[in-house]
Design a protein around this ligand. Structure first.
Ligand code: F6P
Length: 469
């Protein structure tokens, strides 16, 4: 279960409805696993005030959970994306704490838990995903103690000093401790959670394990809280990028942008955590300094629409669009815009073609749980070409050590990395890309799921033993 299903219900201009792939890394990573396992996926279908009947896509069975427009405002835009998202991402934007949002978060988590309690077979494994559903594990355990419950947090878990701000920190920790296994992206996230467990639930960890003491209603049980860095279907992306039509499209993109120009590429949801402003600032300064010009270099920035009703996202869009206009106004010429800014979503095929066409991939988040775009770029580059600039504040930086690692706050360092990447000799590109590809293939999403599900199945065995007394 996750807040969103892997497809969103969209209403076309002519009033007909259709399904479109949902945005974000969660779906990119989890969909191939669910397809393979053929399980039931419970989540919201992407439009408010609508009851959608369960349906199937291939081997996946999808069970939509309805949300009212009021819940969209209070649970999704409010508590999930106005409170938790900024708090968990280093308070880049100030989190807002509203008691009405919290009430709604509890209500919607309860609805998800109730639905799964009805659907799950005896002793089933339920895998709950992400920050929108942190109360579900505890609620579900109360309803269905026979289930094995796994949770995976796709975003960072905040350090002690920040988590302490949350008025409902105890309830969140207790909610998560309802799971048998809690997976995190980075070591630091797991450490921060174990500290929070000690402080706010009074249960310290031994190594990666938190042992909950026996109570009058519950036997003692243990919870594994550990890092399991997520990944992508690397082979799937490479196969996509090898298709003749995708390669042809990559050639067309290069021709349209100018064969001799160096193409820099940024691909993000339009989110303030992604460091898009920092990236544009560095790019603009390089133009101002005369280090690059519109004839020799172009930056393609795909910023897919996201959370458009949340104020911080509206402000970001305005700032990015003013800056984009300024860059092209000041540094472009007829037929040569230095920046191609695209506030649109694209198909996987188009993304793969863009990755193939790009000489330099620029990934500059100020904080990111993992960042799968960096891994997608690497998986598509079977030609061992291209260069990856990667923020050290992404989970991916722990694995992709052969990238040009940068601190995005350090604009001078970012500019230097951009110049270095633009001029990176072919041999160095190859050497780095080979090492990056090894890292992505060594931990692809199948490997991630195997590791995680092995831990879950160990928990399930322990569960059975406990039930047998
Ligand atoms: O991984 C972060 C995440 O919030 C996912 O939970 C989500 O599916 C994705 O990004 C996109 O966000 P949203 O569902 O709010 O559009």
């Amino acid at each position: 279960m996750s807040n969103r299903l892997p497809v969103d219900r969209v209403v076309q201009a002519d009033g007909t409805t259709d399904w479109a792939p949902s945005p974000g890394g969660l779906v990119t990573a989890v969909e191939p696993i669910v397809r393979e396992l053929g399980c039931l996926w419970v989540g919201w279908a992407g439009s408010a005030d609508e009851e959608v009947e369960p349906f199937e896509i291939g081997s996946m069975r999808l069970a939509p959970i309805p949300l009212s427009s009021e819940e969209l405002e209070t649970y999704y835009e409010g508590f999930s994306n106005g409170t938790l998202w900024p708090l968990y991402h280093d308070v880049i934007s100030p989190p807002v704490y509203h008691r009405t949002w919290w009430d709604s978060y509890q209500r919607v988590n309860r609805r998800f838990a109730d639905r799964v309690a009805l659907e799950a077979a005896p002793n089933a494994v339920v895998w709950v995903h992400d920050y929108q559903l942190q109360l579900v594990p505890e609620m579900l355990r109360e309803l269905r103690p026979d289930l094995t419950i796994a949770f995976f947090l796709h975003i960072p878990f905040p350090p002690r000093s920040l988590f302490a701000q949350l008025p409902w920190r105890r309830q969140i920790v207790r909610g998560l401790l309802g799971a048998d296994v809690i997976g995190f992206q980075r070591v630091q996230d797991a450490v921060s959670f174990r500290q929070a467990s000690e402080r706010y639930a009074g249960v310290p960890a031994r190594g990666n394990t938190i042992v909950l003491p026996e109570s009058p209603d519950h036997p003692s049980r243990s919870v594994l809280a550990q890092e399991f860095p997520i990944s992508i279907d690397a082979g799937g992306f490479e196969e996509l990028a090898s298709r003749a039509e995708v390669q042809q499209r990559a050639r067309e993109i290069r021709e349209e942008l100018g064969q001799d120009r160096t193409i820099l590429l940024g691909v993000d949801r339009l989110d303030y955590t992604k460091g898009i402003r920092h990236r544009l600032k560095a790019f603009e300064e390089l133009l101002e300094d005369g280090e690059i010009n519109a004839h020799d270099t172009v930056l393609v920035q795909v910023a897919s629409p996201s959370r458009e009703q949340v104020e911080a996202y509206q402000q970001l869009r305005e700032e990015v669009e003013v800056t984009a206009g300024h860059i092209n106004g000041a540094h472009g010429s007829i037929g040569h815009a230095p920046l191609v800014y695209l506030h649109q979503s694209y198909s996987r095929e188009e993304m793969a073609a863009l990755y193939l066409a790009a000489d330099v991939m620029v990934v500059t988040p100020l904080r990111d749980g993992m960042n799968l775009v960096a891994k997608e770029y690497v998986a598509c580059r079977a030609d061992e070409g291209g260069a990856l600039i990667l923020s050290e504040f992404t989970g991916a930086a722990d694995e992709l050590r052969a990238a040009l690692l940068i601190n995005p706050h350090d604009i001078e360092a970012l500019k230097a990395a951009m110049l270095r990447a633009i001029h990176l000799p072919r041999e160095e590109q190859q050497r780095r890309m080979r090492s990056l590809r090894k890292a992505v293939y060594d931990n692809d999403v199948a490997h991630w799921a195997t590791q995680y599900l092995e831990a879950v199945s160990a928990a399930a065995d322990a569960h059975v033993k406990q039930a047998e007394g």
